[in-house]
Ligand binder design. Structure first.
Ligand code: PMP
Length: 440
């Protein structure tokens, strides 16, 4: 391994050695700097939905770079591409008559959605509604507000002054968790809803601005909540005038087998955030979709204050927006949500279910093109996951280890034979790990 890298690596413990370096991609494959070819079973970071060589996205970016490389969206001046993308997103959104606000990352979209929730309540004369609820083990991003809403303690350590007073947690809706013990899915939902109601009453219903929730928790270890939970939570929140922000940074654009995870769970959120698959990650762009009641209240407030004091230089960047338009067009043309639901999701689900009996595997679960494989813990939590992820690379597949859970979230455009090959390689990694002498 080479010298200590100059790059400060995100979400990485301090590493004095050279990182694993990816240099090229094609379809669902990437090549590293040693020339090794790897199947990418996590689509980068759950984001390269259309794979690494979608010519139409490259052409869309090039055309737009040549026509208008930049114009922002401040002071009632914007660009034609951002306007068109907003229309197209609103047309597929799981909320009627929504408006679209653009940002650059999932974290920024979530920060924006939470700020909009505060602004909404202030506009309605309820400025005391400042509390934001989120779930234990949820991941909502790394900017200060989104990190505060994140329910993963290891992402808070050392960042003392994050505004935690305003952020409270609901229990993780994990069907394998303590709260679900000895209960049917319905009973588990009842318990989750009872805790939510109790939490709202304890904190004061009129102090709570919003709940932010991932329809399926990703970075918390791929948690698929019981089917009716999100819908029933939304109904409870509605009764208390609390907004629901669906964080669909992972689940939007087909990953669960529906266009949006909210549709999979039959819920109409008040606000919804998207990023990753919006542009298939070819360029950074994210968005907040705002329901009509929300954007109307925001409009009233900004008329009163003279402006909506929120936005980014690159909100609706025309090159990113051009790529996002093309990406959305491809997702719709190829009916990727339908394909995930009917073809590729079942192929992945079946292949992964066969791993349930592999050595060292405690359990498996999947939804659409998302799968989680729980490993028996080794000496310390997280060690087995790390070792298996490294073994998987030796077998030619990249998976993500979250603690002792391995995550698969391949590109939505992955062919069936590549999906089964990814799982076969993972199976080989499990076998290799099991047969390795202890301490190797
Ligand atoms: N929300 C969810 C559900 C995510 O998975 C992520 C990123 N993994 C984010 C928000 C943050 O997105 P970004 O890294 O683009 O800021």
């Amino acid at each position: 391994m080479g010298a200590e890298p100059t790059i400060l690596e995100p979400h990485t413990p301090h590493q004095p050695s050279e990182p694993h370096i990816i240099v090229r991609g094609e379809g669902c494959r990437v090549w590293d700097s040693t020339g090794a070819e790897l199947l990418d079973a996590v689509a980068g970071l759950w984001c390269v939905s259309l794979g690494y060589s979608e010519r139409r996205l490259i052409d869309a970016a090039t055309r737009q770079l040549e026509r208008l490389p930049f114009y922002g969206s401040f002071n009632h001046r914007t660009n034609d591409v951002a306007l068109a993308l907003a229309d197209e997103l609103a047309a597929v959104a799981p909320m009627s008559r929504c408006k679209v606000f653009f940002a650059n990352s999932g974290s920024e979209a979530n920060d924006s959605a939470i700020k909009f929730a505060w602004y909404y309540h202030a506009a309605r004369g309820e400025a005391d509604r400042t509390v934001i609820l989120s779930h234990e083990r949820a991941y909502h991003g790394s900017t200060a507000v989104a990190a505060s809403a994140t329910g993963l303690a290891h992402m808070h350590g050392g960042f003392g002054p994050l505004p935690f007073d305003m952020f409270h947690r609901l229990p993780c809706p994990d069907p394998a968790g303590e709260l679900a013990r000895e209960s049917s899915p319905e009973e588990f939902e009842d318990r989750l809803l009872a805790v939510a109601e109790e939490t709202i009453q304890r904190l004061g219903p009129k102090r709570i601005a919003a709940v932010i929730a991932e329809p399926v928790l990703g970075a918390g270890g791929l948690v698929v909540p019981p089917p009716g939970y999100l819908r029933r939570l939304k109904e409870l929140l509605r009764q208390h005038g609390i907004l629901l922000i669906a964080d669909e940074v992972i689940t939007a654009f087909g990953r669960t087998g529906s266009m949006f995870g909210s549709q999979h769970f039959s819920v109409e959120p008040d606000l919804l955030t998207v990023a990753k698959g919006l542009s298939s990650a070819y360029l950074p762009i994210s968005a907040v979709l705002l329901g009509e009641h929300v954007w109307r209240a925001l409009g009233d407030q900004s008329s009163r204050l003279g402006t909506l004091g929120h936005g980014f230089t690159y909100s609706g960047h025309p090159v990113c927006a051009a790529v996002a338009r093309e990406s959305l067009r491809i997702v719709v043309e190829r009916d990727l949500p339908g394909r995930v639901r009917q073809v590729t999701g079942p192929v992945l689900g079946e292949a992964v279910s066969r791993l349930a009996d592999a050595p060292g595997v405690l359990g498996v679960r999947s939804l659409g093109l998302l799968a989680g494989i729980d490993l028996a813990a080794a000496t310390k939590p997280g060690v087995a996951g790390k070792r298996l992820a490294a073994r998987a690379v030796e077998q030619g597949v990249i998976v993500r280890a979250i603690g002792d859970t391995l995550i698969l979230a391949p590109p939505l455009a992955t062919e069936e034979h590549d999906l089964t090959d990814m799982v076969k390689r993972l199976d080989a990694a499990l076998a290799a790990e099991h047969s390795a002498p202890a301490g190797e």
